[in-house]
Design a protein around this ligand. Structure first.
Ligand code: NDP
Length: 310
């Protein structure tokens, strides 16, 4: 069986940075990359707020650079998905989807968060047939088409703006009368002539035929009036859920499912640390995720030193 001092689960900015620091500390980390290597930044385009890139950087490029930097110091990356962990055992036991088992003295959880869906009938079945939670991945397919984006936060604004590169018309549907998004992102939307906003509106149904999405039924929450709107694409931009299902109930979570951390990356289990979006309902930035990855790696180093000196 594979035995490691530190296994890092997840490969976004938090995981890569934890890998960089722990490999430079000679801990020979193993990163289990998961189903979406690079995490959410691989589904974004211009990252303009990561320091050190005055002209901005493409999300996938940034992740690629971080990975190469960690590999340079001996990090190993395995494209495997973790399905279960046993954190009551020492060393901890990690089970991957393909049956691989790994023993680890310490674990860093950096599994991030995944896009939320509304829970409408057929929503998930229509992914790839007009429904998407990733404008960067799928925007290209909506050249000169009509698309709708749900949500009032930065994700929805970013998606809507990005989609105007391809689509003829983009409509944002928001359940309230004011946006949650940051002021600059809101302004970009207001200034974009291809975007309009349906306020106080919820989506009731996705309309489709054999070729995929053809419309949506929406309801104005002030008038209770339902109307049908033609659309070729339906994009979700309503936030994200932390990826913790593989943990069972071993690690303490908060009421929204984020891992509870203290003193930086400490979880309720000594030797298990969490960093990045999986434990951060507030900042959720690449730079804060990277910073917390650094903290997790430094805590691992200290933990292993303390264990050795016992
Ligand atoms: P947010 O939680 O900020 O926003 C989610 C939006 O979706 C809200 O407007 C919310 O409405 C709406 N919503 C949630 N659930 C539903 C539902 N069931 N039905 C209808 N609407 C719903 O999530 P984001 O993903 O937008 O942003 C998360 C964090 O990531 C933020 O800190 C943001 O700043 C950051 N971010 C930064 C980016 C950048 O800088 N480039 C890009 C993307 C995100 P309501 O307002 O009524 O609650």
């Amino acid at each position: 069986m594979e035995k490691r001092d530190v296994v890092i689960v997840g490969s976004g900015p938090a995981g890569h940075t934890a890998a960089l620091y722990s490999s430079r500390a000679n801990l020979k980390p193993l990163v289990l990359e998961g189903h979406e290597p690079g995490g959410q930044l691989t589904t974004t385009t211009d990252v303009e707020n990561f320091p050190g890139f005055p002209e901005g950087v493409q999300g996938p490029d940034l992740m690629d650079k971080m990975k190469k930097q960690a590999e340079r110091f001996g990090t190993q990356y395995w494209q495997k998905n973790v399905v279960k962990v046993d954190l009551n055992k020492k060393p901890f036991l990690i089970n991957c989807e393909d049956g691989t088992e790994i023993e680890a003295k310490t674990v860093i959880i950096s599994t991030g968060a995944s896009a939320k869906y509304l829970g409408l009938p057929n929503e998930k079945e229509l992914i790839g047939k007009g429904v998407s939670a990733c404008a960067t991945c799928d925007g290209f397919f909506f050249r000169n088409k009509i698309v709708h984006v749900v949500g009032g936060g930065d994700t929805a604004m970013e998606e809507a703006n990005f989609l105007t590169r391809f689509a003829e018309k983009v409509t944002i549907i928001h359940r309230r009368g004011s946006l949650r998004a940051s002021k600059p992102m809101q302004q970009r939307v207001f200034d974009n002539p291809k975007i309009d906003i349906l306020w106080n509106t919820v989506v009731e149904e996705i309309l489709f035929d054999d070729n995929g999405v053809k419309g949506i039924r929406v309801k104005n929450t002030e008038t209770n009036e339902s109307t049908e709107r033609q659309t070729d694409g339906f994009f979700l931009g309503i936030g994200h859920t932390p990826n913790t299902s593989f943990l069972g109930d071993q690690v303490q979570l908060d009421e929204n499912g984020f891992i509870k951390t203290e003193n930086g990356p400490d979880t309720n289990i000594p030797g298990v640390f969490a960093c990045g979006d999986v434990q951060d309902p507030f900042y959720r930035q690449a730079i804060t995720a990277a910073g917390s990855g650094c903290m997790a790696a430094m805590k691992v180093e200290k933990f292993l030193e303390d264990e050795e000196s016992k």
